[in-house]
Design a protein around this ligand. Structure first.
Ligand SMILES: Cc1cc2nc3c(=O)[nH]c(=O)nc-3n(C[C@H](O)[C@H](O)[C@H](O)COP(=O)(O)OP(=O)(O)OC[C@H]3O[C@@H](n4cnc5c(N)ncnc54)[C@H](O)[C@@H]3O)c2cc1C
Length: 292
């Protein structure tokens, strides 16, 4: 029986992944699916895992570089209403794994739930943020997590409680294939105070971020004392270009993919920066971006 029998309405073959990523680069997914409910999601995962085929999940695509060759197997995308909804229950938020971080932050601020206002302007989804403990100002999104419903690679649904999870800088032990939904707990604070704090942060953050019409991503992890941006700047690499990919003038840890760029260009620029920073400053930069 065909691998996708019964799922033809939600699976596309040879789907270009570039439009699903912030860098807008890379090849196709052999199979790409946007399940409309949990049953379809579980069924697809079981079908591909029974054949031992690779399965990946793409969130907002703000931390993924897809290679020019594309990816084999299945890429899942949680875009259906069931996976993007956000509910508020007193001082808790229950968010779908595919919910936008901007929606999550706006909901918390509106409801007077303190903390997420610090993450204003960070692109991506709640699931993507939990996967890497995305954060700012020393606080990661895992900080407020109570529990998460996840789907394993074998197609089993389970709940991971706070006590079984650890979060640190850009790291999370929540590493199952799919974070389906997550429950967060917050302290209360006046919504007007949170709004003002969020607006202030957004103004300063926007000045450092790539422009909204640029295809760009943050490339390396910060390294102890000095940030990746400072290290790349100190190595004199600001403005360096490979093909059509350029190191941003605003923030050297941001690479901008101008029209005509390839993933190969970006990977070569990453290599060049890594080598030069190691040679000139004796520091090994580690990628923050995931390479597919
Ligand atoms: C302009 C800009 C600013 C940024 N600022 C910050 C910042 O201040 N702090 C910071 O930490 N990061 C920052 N980032 C990086 C990025 O936004 C975060 O890493 C973000 O949380 C990634 O979420 P995503 O949904 O886009 O994940 P994706 O890039 O789609 O995926 C990243 C990883 O998460 C996994 N994943 C995604 N969704 C799920 C899910 N539902 N279940 C299981 N796994 C999942 C993917 O499989 C992949 O392994 C920034 C990026 C950009 C482009």
């Amino acid at each position: 029986m065909s691998l996708i029998a019964g799922f033809e309405h939600i699976v596309r073959e040879n789907e270009p992944l570039a439009p699903f990523t912030r860098l807008n680069l890379g090849g196709v997914a052999e199979f790409f699916a946007e399940p409309t409910n949990l049953e379809e999601l579980v069924g697809l995962v079981k079908s591909f895992s029974a054949e031992k085929l690779p399965i990946r999940l793409i969130g907002g695509g703000s931390n993924i570089l897809v290679r020019d060759e594309g990816v084999p197997g299945l890429v899942l995308h949680l875009a259906a209403p069931e996976f993007v909804k956000i509910e508020v229950d007193d001082d808790q938020i229950i968010a779908g794994g595919g919910a936008r971080m901007s929606h999550f932050v706006a909901t918390a601020v509106r409801e007077g739930l303190s903390g997420p206002e610090q993450l204003v302007g960070i692109p991506g989804t709640v699931g993507g943020a939990l996967h890497s403990n995305t954060g700012a100002l020393g606080v990661g999104v895992g900080n407020w997590l109570q529990s998460a419903d996840v789907l394993t690679r074998a197609g089993e649904i389970t709940t991971r409680g706070r006590d079984s999870l650890t979060f640190s800088y850009h790291k999370s032990s929540l590493n199952e294939l799919v974070i389906i939904s997550a429950k967060f707990q917050f302290d209360r604070e006046d919504s007007k105070v949170l709004t003002r704090r969020m607006q202030k942060l957004w103004i300063s953050r926007r000045a450092a971020q790539p422009l909204s019409d640029q295809f760009a991503a943050y490339i390396f992890k910060d390294h102890g004392g000095e940030t990746a941006s400072e290290l790349i700047d100190d190595a004199g690499l600001k403005g360096t270009q490979v093909g059509h990919v350029e190191i941003s003038d605003r923030d050297p840890n941001v690479f901008i993919a101008h029209p005509g760029s390839t993933s190969g260009d970006l990977l070569r620029l990453m290599d060049l920066v890594k080598t030069q920073v190691a040679e000139r400053l004796s520091v090994e930069l580690e990628p923050a971006i995931q390479i597919w």
